[in-house]
Design a protein around this ligand. Structure first.
Ligand code: SF4
Ligand SMILES: [Zn+2]
Length: 314
């Protein structure tokens, strides 16, 4: 019998802070200042999804623009902001022009999928993942996940952070179970969202005015992370332990009224600094402040049109 459905955003906070995990278990998210950047990431995902489904340039832009206008009020962000429509469109346009599907080192097997399967042998815990692409590497024949990631800076620190994370080995484990074939790694399609330069001063790198070479300042990288079988199996063991703890937390703090009794380990392990619930905690964790500091999103990935469920135990 299924006791719990969980994804990586439920597993991660268990290791960080009980208050954070308890809020996620109640299907709350924070109203964080970085919401705009997350929304810009969603805009790119919508456009990329169409592009990797084989859509034309116009169709990809249509999906991109549709998502943009559904997420951003017309008056913001400002024109000189990295998240302004013009800047995002310029970056997206360069991306799709430089990444026609037929010259990629991989073949796209399926576009965005909300994929779920049992995590444990007993089938008490279901693990879910939003996998952007399932690809077949043309050189090796391996079937692997590919994740689109947008960021303000594709720098060394950001890139190396993905080698030790829960998400990508988890995607490998799920893909391995789905295909029945060893999945040795994952690709990250890194897209930098920075404000492209537009001044009339001279660019030292390109020897022309910035407003002439601005599109050359886009940055895209296809990163590959490989994981040994031990790492991928270890991910599963850890995920089961975390999921069982999550289940206990869910039972122990069943309503917002109970949250004030939950430990706040984040205060001692530096998790608070970038926590989505920072403002809620700073204000005292009072249920009546939920409307101001929290957003509610029912966790039900199986209800998505893109949901695919499989049971590898059969
Ligand atoms: S702000 Fe700190 S204490 Fe509050 S939920 Fe986040 S990590 Fe935990
Ligand atoms: Zn330049």
């Amino acid at each position: 019998m299924t006791l719990l459905d969980i994804d990586n955003s439920g597993l991660t906070p268990v290791g960080e802070c009980t208050t954070k995990a308890a809020l996620v278990a109640l299907d709350y998210g924070g109203r964080s200042d970085s919401r705009d950047a997350m929304d810009a990431g969603n805009v790119f995902h919508a456009g990329l999804q169409k592009h990797f489904e084989g859509g034309s340039r116009d169709e990809s832009f249509e999906a991109f623009n549709l998502e943009y206008f559904s997420l951003f009020p017309v008056e913001k962000p400002a024109q000189d902001d990295r998240l302004s429509l013009g800047n995002l469109q310029d970056i997206f346009g360069v991306y799709i022009d430089r990444h026609p599907l037929n010259i990629q080192p991989y073949e796209v097997l399926s576009a965005e999928t909300i994929i779920g399967c049992p995590l444990d042998d007993a089938g008490e815990i279901n693990i879910w993942a939003k996998r952007d692409l399932k690809i077949r590497d043309k050189a090796t024949g391996f079937i692997m996940p590919l994740d689109h990631k947008t960021t303000g800076g594709v720098n060394h620190r950001w890139q190396s952070g993905w080698s030790l994370c829960s998400q990508l080995p988890g995607y490998c484990w799920i893909t391995n179970k789905e295909t029945g074939a060893y999945c040795p790694g994952a690709y990250v399609n890194a897209i930098e969202i920075r404000l492209l330069p537009s001044s009339s001063s001279r660019c030292a790198k390109h020897g022309m005015k910035y407003n002439e070479c601005r599109l050359e300042h886009t940055l895209f990288k296809m990163l590959y992370y490989d994981y040994t079988r031990d790492v991928i199996d270890g991910w599963r063991s850890t995920a089961i332990i975390l999921a069982r703890r999550f289940l206990l937390i869910k039972k122990q703090y069943p309503t917002l009224e109970h949250i004030k009794y939950a430990p706040q380990e984040g205060l001692t392990n530096r998790s608070c600094a970038f926590c989505q619930f920072k403002k809620f905690c700073q204000a005292g964790r009072y249920p009546h402040t939920a409307d101001i500091f929290l957003s509610y999103n029912k966790f039900a990935p199986w209800e998505s049109e893109a949901a695919v469920w499989f049971d590898w135990r059969r």
